[in-house]
Design a protein around this ligand. Structure first.
Ligand code: ARG
Length: 585
């Protein structure tokens, strides 16, 4: 209904001009959704804001506007309420026509953007040989959802996995690999070094305990940077192993990503520093090359520098990000670059964004955005950990969600004395388990921390994936029960809205375009979750109140169509969240 609101806005501006002169064509009519459905669908608050300027009572202004306002093709006659609000109520016939128009539209009235652009979503981005933790899980789930929405809107989206595959930690890992699997540095075949995380721990222990080893590790870093063949081979091996482990998670979550790790930008780093120097932005500080920042100070209140090259010549995380940013603007031609990481990295982004701006690397038509998110907490309100205090492995976390959803399902089947095949049970358990984890994450305002609870996310009640999936199943149940293929309802099947619950549901369905546009702007997937949750609730109310299969024609077809539209809206919305639907559960 974005288009409807736009149309009403223009009509109000025309009325303003007709009433008070052409100066008023550009005045914002302050048209907002009605605060209470009792007053209609929209209200225009402009009369109150013009009172001073016009030297008139707001009510008189509102009356003058309404006299010139022609919305008879969309609304009931406008009403003036309170001190001077103009209330607008959409005509039922208008709503019916809108729904009839989207009935055959696979996009359900959500237009593609007029000017599609190249957008990059930098998300997931775990570090090689280190644990992919719940923070990366959040980034993966939120980033995927954002990418899906941008793709749906017609943008060209590059989904980039900025994996941490370069840096001094590799010195330690390769030195250790040389000790324990010397053959790994020379054999052409990949070597299964097993669990990389425990390998990392062992290497770290070795590193912390022995100074000689530390020196060897440092030399490996030098060899790696110089491109020594055996060291590079070992590095590739480690990356390969990690990649396999990450892929297990991506497959489970159905995530598509293009890997372009930090190492990719390695050859570009010297030029980043050189160009910053040419721009006169670099100062030497104890041998390190620094760019001083505005608005960032250390604990003593002294200005804080961003170190772009260390005194030993090495580069930092931020240097790589600067190189990546330039590459993405110049080579990828991205117009919006979105970084999805935990809020703890907010300073990092603010800092290198500032340096890039100072260096004038960001063209006017390019937008760079950090999309931060909060922590995942355990029941105790502390960082999410296993009972023994270790970080939770993502594979275990997802397996646990699936196994619990299976237990719930089996209990329900027993209760309902239902027999289902193993294939059915496995599929439902997998979909519900994974969806529950995704939805629990997406339904929170991402900027806040949230408490991870299997019980809550797997519950059939409340704002959860199972609740939403169940609403969809309910719609499919209607089609099965009536032996009706929704898709065959026919283009001439008319929607007729009589009951309040029908009208409420219809209006909600028509709001999808607004919600999608909002999420595209604010990058807050929880808005879409909330929308879908309300949709399910409104559908359930409609379904309780209005018999579908038992009603007479033409009402029966109209109601079937409402069920079908609800189902499609749910399916599309859930798909944009990265959640698959089930026909039965
Ligand atoms: N590898 C980083 C981490 O695990 C995240 C990278 C995010 N992306 C970026 N361009 N800095 O914290």
């Amino acid at each position: 209904m974005k288009a409807t609101q736009e149309q009403l806005k223009i009509k109000l501006q025309q009325a303003l001009a007709a009433a008070f002169g052409s100066d008023y064509t550009q005045v914002d009519p302050i048209l907002v959704p009605a605060s209470n459905p009792k007053f209609g669908d929209f209200q225009a608050n402009v009369a109150l804001s013009l009172s001073k300027k016009l030297g008139m009572q707001p009510r008189a202004i509102a009356t003058a506007i309404v006299e010139k306002l022609d919305v008879s093709d969309i609304c009931e006659p406008p009403e003036i309420a309170g001190p001077g609000f103009i209330n607008l109520k959409l005509q039922t016939s208008y709503l019916e026509a809108q729904l009839n128009a989207i009935k055959t539209d696979p996009r359900l009235g959500v237009p593609k953007v007029q000017n599609p652009q190249k957008e990059i979503v930098d998300f997931s981005s775990p570090n090689i040989a280190k644990e992919m933790h719940v923070g990366h899980l959040r980034s993966t789930i939120i980033g995927d959802c954002i990418a899906r929405i941008l793709e749906f809107r017609g943008h060209e989206v590059l989904r980039l996995n900025h994996v941490g595959d370069w840096g001094t930690q590799f010195g330690m890992l390769i030195a250790y690999l040389r000790e324990v699997y010397p053959e790994a540095l020379t054999t052409a075949n990949a070597l299964d070094i097993g669990d990389l995380v425990s390998f990392y721990r062992q290497a770290k222990q070795r590193f912390d305990a022995d100074e000689n080893f530390q020196e060897t590790a440092r030399q490996e870093v030098v060899r790696l940077q110089a491109g020594a063949e055996d060291t590079l081979h070992a590095w590739k091996l480690l990356c390969e192993q990690s990649r396999k482990e990450f892929q297990v998670i991506y497959d489970l979550l159905d995530i598509k990503l293009i890997e372009r790790g930090e190492s990719f930008y390695n050859p570009l780093l010297p030029k980043v520093v050189a160009d910053l120097e040419t721009a006169g932005l670099v100062e030497e500080n104890q041998g390190a090359k620094c760019v001083f920042l505005e608005g960032f100070t250390n604990r003593e209140g002294e200005p804080l520098p961003l170190i772009v090259q260390k005194s030993d010549g090495g580069y930092n995380y931020a240097t790589t990000d600067l190189a990546a940013l330039r590459y993405r603007i110049e080579e990828d031609q991205a117009k919006r670059i979105i970084y999805v990481t935990d809020a703890g990295q907010a300073n990092h982004f603010a800092q290198f964004f500032q340096v890039a701006k100072k260096a004038d690397w960001i063209a006017n038509d390019v937008e760079i955005v950090h999309v931060p998110f909060g922590l995942v907490l355990g029941d105790d309100g502390k960082k999410f950990k296993t009972r023994s205090g270790d970080t939770v492995r993502l594979k275990d976390l997802l397996d646990e969600a699936i196994s619990r959803s299976r237990t719930d399902l089996e209990a329900r089947l027993k209760e309902e004395s239902r027999e289902e095949t193993e294939q059915f049970i496995k599929n439902v358990a997998d979909v519900v388990g994974i969806s529950a984890v995704k939805y629990a994450d997406l339904s929170q305002n991402r900027t806040s921390n949230y408490v991870f609870s299997y019980d809550k996310m797997l519950s059939l009640k409340g704002n959860t994936a199972p609740y939403m999936l169940y609403a969809y199943v309910r719609t499919q149940g209607i089609s099965r029960e009536g032996n009706i293929d929704f898709a065959n309802l026919g283009t001439d099947a008319k929607i007729i809205l009589k009951e309040d619950t029908e009208l409420t549901l219809a209006k909600h369905i028509l709001q999808l375009d607004e919600i999608i546009a909002e999420v595209e702007q604010d990058l807050l997937p929880n808005r879409l979750c909330e929308y879908l949750y309300n949709l399910s609730e409104k559908f359930n109310k409609f379904y309780d109140k209005c018999p579908v299969l038992k009603s007479e024609e033409p009402i029966k077809t109209s109601r079937l169509m409402l069920c079908y539209l609800t189902a499609r809206t749910l399916k599309l919305g859930l798909d944009l969240l990265g959640i698959k639907v089930l026909e039965r559960m």
